[in-house]
Design a protein around this ligand. Sequence first.
Ligand code: FMN
Length: 447
Amino acid sequence: MNVIRRPVARYATALGFMAAALAVRLVLDPVIRDRLPYASVLAAVAAAAWFAGVGPSLLAAIIGFVAGYGLFVYPYGQVDIIGVQGLAMSVLYWISALSIVALGRGAHDAARRAEVSAREAQERGAALAETERRLAERSDEDETILDLMPVGVFHAIDQSCGRVVGNRAAHELFASPGDASRNHAAPTGDLAVGCRFFQAGRELPIEDLPLQRAARGETVKEQEYEVMLGDGTVKHLFGSAGPLHDQAGRVRGSIAALMDITARRTVEIELERAKREAEAQAQLLERQARTLHTLLENVPEGILMMTGAPDFRVIALSRHGREMIGLPEEEIIELARLLVDVGIDGVIATNTTVSRPEHVARLEGMGAQEQGGLSGAPLLELSLRAIRTLKSVSQNRLTIIGVGGVMSGDDAAQFIAAGADLVQVYSGLIYRGPALVSEMIHSTSGR
Ligand SMILES: Cc1cc2nc3c(=O)[nH]c(=O)nc-3n(C[C@H](O)[C@H](O)[C@H](O)COP(=O)(O)O)c2cc1C
């Protein structure tokens, strides 16, 4: 609806209507003469009331009254409102004019209010439609996100958890492995039927589940649960739940987010078991190592423990063995490897020793306490062990000339058996003379 706002324009409009009305009446005057002197004038008042407002229409009514009276009521040119007829006409005119102004203005205002209301309703409708469109988009986005999320989201619509809905992952939490027939549109509450829930080994009643606790107003944070499905499959779940409130702050439902951590828990349990086993194994090994150490330190035998080919590493050597060998076993092994690696053809093993094997140290008065290299019979065991080690490590890639402690043909035979290719004598020759040589040849012939 067009509204004239400027006062001058409003008054000009009212006067224009009135001028037009008077002109029409003047034109029609020869036809209707003294009848209906105010018909067109009142129409102009109505138009002025509608388009220009109360003030301009009242002004138009005054002008119309005076002009109409003067122009169209006999005797023309006079405005006689003193007589009965004039007074009656005047009263009727003003009742009509004021009623028209009041009704016209009221109708105009009502029409304007209706127009404003209609526009507002239209705007509200458009805003509502826009809000609905956005809500629909948002709902679609939320649904897509929920469906893609690997976390099961459960929504209790009411406080009693009578109706629970969930996303795809929520449905899959209650599906047995390989069960693809689950209907994702089914209420999640139905899917949980037949499942049993546990926490820390204790079976939970329904009211203690996170969604139900949250629906009573509780916030449940980062809890672990186990769910046993109808077919006996056990899944480990981890998650939280919280209440939903209405505008008055009352709990109206709840939401729980749970994820399947079965794979992680299985690995953790397996790791825990492996760790316990490793610890038990380590304790056992430690006990065995202590026992072995005690044994090796106390047995009167020379005991050497080695790994096999190709490493031939010394694992342990008894105290007596250390005393017998003189040169540490590790060094003999390293020496043998080195000789082979650099391409040495042979080695003379051994020589005199500055060590004092236990059985020598006990021989009081026989020079055992003397300083310097020891030769002769006490060397036999040391030499034999060194020869065996060299033979074992070199794998026949060294020619071994055995020497040290050979005092008889049998000693020489032991050298050959231990791996010596040749046998050298020094002290024995001094004590036994050349006969020792023929004895050695006799004992070793055919070996
Ligand atoms: C008095 C004496 C002198 C020795 N001189 C040498 C020597 O010059 N070079 C050498 O390689 N070995 C020497 N040796 C060590 C011997 O060749 C031999 O390796 C050692 O005595 C151990 O052997 P056996 O128990 O048969 O005596 C000597 C040994 C003795 C007892």
